[in-house]
Each structure stands twice: as C-alpha cells, then as structure tokens.
Design a binder for this molecule. Sequence first.
Ligand code: FCB
Length: 450
Amino acid sequence: MPTLKFPDNFIWGASCAAFQSEGAWQADGKSESIWDRFCHIPGNILNNDTGDVALDFYHRYAEDARIMKELGLRVQRISISWPRIFPEGSGRLNQKGLDFYRRVVDALLENGVDPFIMMYHWDLPQCLQEKGGWLNRDTAGYLAELAGTIYEAFPKEVPLWGTILEPQICAYHGYWDGKHAPGMRDFSSALLAGHNLLRAHGMMVDAFRASGTKGEIGITNYLPSHYPLTGCPEDIAAARRWDGCWNRWFLDAVYKGRYPEDMQQWYLNHGIVLPRIHEGDMQLISRPTDFFGLNYYYSYFIGHGQDRWPLEVNSVRPADREYTAMGWPICPDGFYDCVMRCWRDYGKKIIITENGAAFYDELTPDGQVHDAKRIDFYKKHLAALHRAIEDGADVRGYLTWSSFDNFEWALGYDRRFGLTYVDYETQQRYIKDSGRWYAELCRSNALEVD
Ligand code: FCB
C-alpha cells in the first residue's frame, strides 16, 4: 500500500458556515437574514426545512470545538453572521453578537484549532436586501464596515481570513436561477450582484491591510472543471463559455483586473446589460491577496445546446461516473486539472477551502456511521491533489466540507456532508468513520492509498 506524504506544515482542516450551523436565528439581538426570510417561505427549501435551529452551534460551540480537536483539525473555517453583529446592516454594533464569536475563537484556540474566519457566507441582513441587496453599490461598503469591526476584535488570533465565499454561487443562484436567497431571476442582475460582491472583496482586503491585522487574506471561488462533450468546435466553445461564466469571469477579475473579453462580447450579443464599471473598480477588485481559495466538488461535461440562457449550453451527466447524493459526478481527475489550471493561469499559492461529498449516511444503533464511500471520495481526491503538488502546484492546505452535517441550503437537512453525524432530533453528535480516518490523516500528514 503506497503512502503519499504531504508537504511539511501542510494545513489540514475543515469548513462550516454561520447560517448552516448556528441556528439561534433570533437570539441575543440578531436580526433576520435573507436566508431566514427565504427559508420561511414554504416551497423554497426541500421539506420546508429552515436554519432556525440547525445544529445549534450557537449554544454547542464548546462541545463542537472539542470534536474539532478530535477530528485532528489544525484549522476550522467559520463564517460571521452579519445580522448578529449589525442588526441594521451597519451602524449600531450588537455587542452580544460579537461576544459569541469571541467565545467561539477562544474555544477553538483552547482546543489547539486555529480559526479561519470567512467574512461573508451568504447571510445578508434582510434590511439591506430591502435597499437592493447586492444590486446596491453601497452594500459593499457596509460589508467592509463589518469586516473592519471583526479585524479590530481579532487583531492577532486568526491566521487565515476569507472575504467572500463563492461569489459565483451567491450571484448566480441568488439572482439568476433563484434557487438561493433572495430568489431573483435575471441574468443582468446576477452580473451586477457579482460585481458588487467582488468590490466588497476588494474593500475588505484594503481594510485588512489598513488595520494591521495579523494573518493572511484571500477570496474563495467555486471552481468546477469543464470538459467539452466531443471534439467538435461547437462543444469546445460551449465548454469554454460555461467555464467563462463560472470561473474566468471571477478569476480574471480578481487576479487580472478585467472581465474576460469573449464573455463580455457574448453577453452584449445576447442583450445582457453588463455591470457599469466605475473608475477604480477593477483596481479595487484585483488588490493583491495572500492565497487563492479553491472550492472543488465535481466537473461539468458540456455541449452546445439551448439550456441555461444566455449561455446556450447543454450539461450532460455521464453514465460512466459514480454520483454523490447531491447528484454530482465523482471526478477526482477534474480536481487535478482544476488545481493545475488555477496554478498555471493565476500563479498564486492555493488553499483548498472546500472539498467533500454528501451521502445518505445511516447511524447504527450503537452510534456508528460506516461511511466508506466518503472515505473513498476523500482518498481519490487527495491522491489527485498530491499528484498536482508533485507536478508543481503550490498548494498549502486542504479543508473538507464539512466538520459536521449541516443545513445544505435549498436541500435542507436531507444531504449529509459531515465528518461528524448530527442527529437533529436530539442534537447528539457522532464522529463518523470518515472523521476518525481524517484525524489519522491530519496526524500523519500522509495518505495511504489502496
Ligand atoms: C458549497 C458551499 C457550502 C456547501 C457546499 C456543499 O458551494 O460553499 O456552503 O453548501 O457547497
């Protein structure tokens, strides 16, 4: 059985997010977020699940920090619930909200787990949505105000910082296909929302540098690989377009300071209104960051077709792949390609900020979860990552999604991603086989492959 050794000081960790885990949606002065509002409208979420209680991390963070230690994590990513800190979106600070994150950071540190704080993982205060949400340029400045407050609260305790989590998911599911809050359906609006999210990212980087806060900062993008279905030019062009929409649009803006020409032209030809770029916007968006945050789950197989206006593509699910409970094809080769491509095209050191798989896990009567498929998923993806590192990609760390089962957005609690099983009835936690396996991986810094 070969052993794949990872670089010294490789950062092993896991991620979670405020809305997906905290619950306590009205506790201690928190106001409503767009996700609270969205979940409370029947029909938006599978089984009409909500984030009202989630896994009650708000009250159980101390126990959960101990579990994170047991999982062997060197780093745990959390996110900040904006409406806990600024219930009116900006201006009046809710000290009790900030105190909660103080307790969480302390609990992590006491357990030897470094916090990684993601500033925005999608739970915008509803009151700001009423002022236009991400279509309002001012929203970016309000988020920078939140970031400034958090930097000031944690000047040296947090080694890793994130600005925006997956601007493409936030913009496209929130404003294009309406699957996520705030549930809008207009492509031009999605591009504008994306532009303002990226401006917020740049403003948060500026605020970070100005504050003198210790640590490194970056943005995390959602980056599938995209393969043409055939070698015919139409399919190749379609795959490049789909990649242009999801990946290059955001990556070129952040790392090259421009939106891709070919995509701008395509959109103009399809009657899309491009975001109005004010002077200085692209410089702001492309401020140098410290690392490249990469989230990878699966790959797309794309042909030319009539779906997904205005892109004119057709996404096919290949029959020869295995699938997770999300219906996502398992593509470790796509992970390798994605990492190599990001390294080649953007040349910045990479942290894998999410990778993982949902399966329909079962808890045995004696409290075990034998999730062999998840372990197999991780092994295959980590072997691919190791190959990318051997081939020259500068990858500094890997965070799984997720330390715990949690609220999976439009799919509620139906799909489980965790290394730890959560019984939502009793709020009991059970470390899965994958969690024990991951702890050993973190300890040994080496992957045993079959
Ligand atoms: C990512 C999100 C994360 C989680 C995983 C499965 O796109 O960042 O919150 O839902 O997908």
